[in-house]
Design a protein around this ligand. Sequence first.
Ligand code: G6P
Ligand code: MN
Length: 446
Amino acid sequence: MRLCILGGGGFRVPLIYRALLADRAAGRVTHLTLYDLDSTRLRAISRVLAQQAAGVPDAPAVEVTTDLDRALATADFVFVAIRVNGLEGRALDERLAVQEGVLGQETVGAGGVSYGLRTLPVVDRIARRIAAVAPDAWVINFTNPAGLVTEAMSAHLGDRVIGICDSPVGLGRRVSGALGIDPATAIFDYAGLNHLGWLRAVRVDGQDLLPQLLADEDRLTSFEEGKLFGAPWLQAMGAIPNEYLHYYYFNREAVAASRAAVETRGAFLLHQQREFYAAVEARDGSAFDAWDNARLERETTYMAENREAVGAGERSSGDLESGGYEQVALALMRAISHDDRATLILNVRNRGTLRHLDDEAVVEVPCVVGSDGARPLPVDPLPGYAAGLVCAVKAVEREVIEAATTASRAAALRALAIHPLVDSVAVAGRLLDTFQAHFPELDYLR
Ligand code: G6P
Ligand code: MN
């Protein structure tokens, strides 16, 4: 099987390669093509992969290219993991939003809107190329904001594009740990949009174990989401939200923390990665060690601002190594290519699953996956508190898609102004002006 990664010079590619190296099953990936705009980054990542492959028999062959059509031509699976404007763009979104007193996070709030407006024209071109050059390939989207990007790509690729995120699995794993069960034996009733979902039940042999966890305050606050949200709020909802909902439920604290921070998450990662790529380019020490050290530092500091804002303490060590999205991606590829039925939480078109949304809306829900792709499983309806937010944020996503497809500045303004985390139309107007002033990629909005 042949896998192609768009954004192949990206920092997380060795995580995927590690999962590929560990896969000894028949029909595994034997060829990996890395496509990127930046050949320096491709070279650096190839060095890390070569070190990972040393001594592994039949390690997947790696090829690098800066030619998109060539990368796509022979692919059975395409991973889309790009970052328009790189980490510079992420850091700038954060800084400009924070200056206006709102969040600049890459997937949530004003920052997510700006990032989406820059990203959609690029993924639209990519989706058209895939449809033309590799119409039979399965496309797995990692590019954030993942739900929005997957929905935009589905206009060209239909159900052949599937979006993934590691946060629902991570939540399932942590809740299982607190319950003392093996996550493989449980059915997780999780639903919403990407980075905006709720775990409402954990069923083992037909019995929902979540109520007993919610009732036990010590166990409930023993893991990341319990610490972030606190027992009273989880008990009031009767559900455990995705960690990204912290930006909504504790918005004032999150904004205050981002204003007080010495540097934003994007700026921190920008500096860290500049150093990493430069060190590998200069052959300064082991490429793999440089990568692994940077990876661990990145994991340790993940969502540190949110944890600090509510005194949640350090990240648990179990969350640093647990193998997130590459495992979901591998399980998804295997299920499709071997018709090996698996249930995974994925971003797919709604098709009636969540009754508040239309059929084309991309949602994040448990799906059964086989050779015919991913089909959403029925879930309990969203409770009112969740449905309200899901509909509000989907309306924002739709405005972003309209802005990108019709080059409409008015739609972009609506996207910012109606976002639940942008508290004034005046702020939305100023944000759009500043985003356009700093990103030539937004010149298309008229
Ligand atoms: C989680 C999210 C991803 C996101 C990543 C950001 O894994 O699910 O969507 O890309 O965190 O982490 P970072 O280290 O870039 O802040
Ligand atoms: Mn994610």
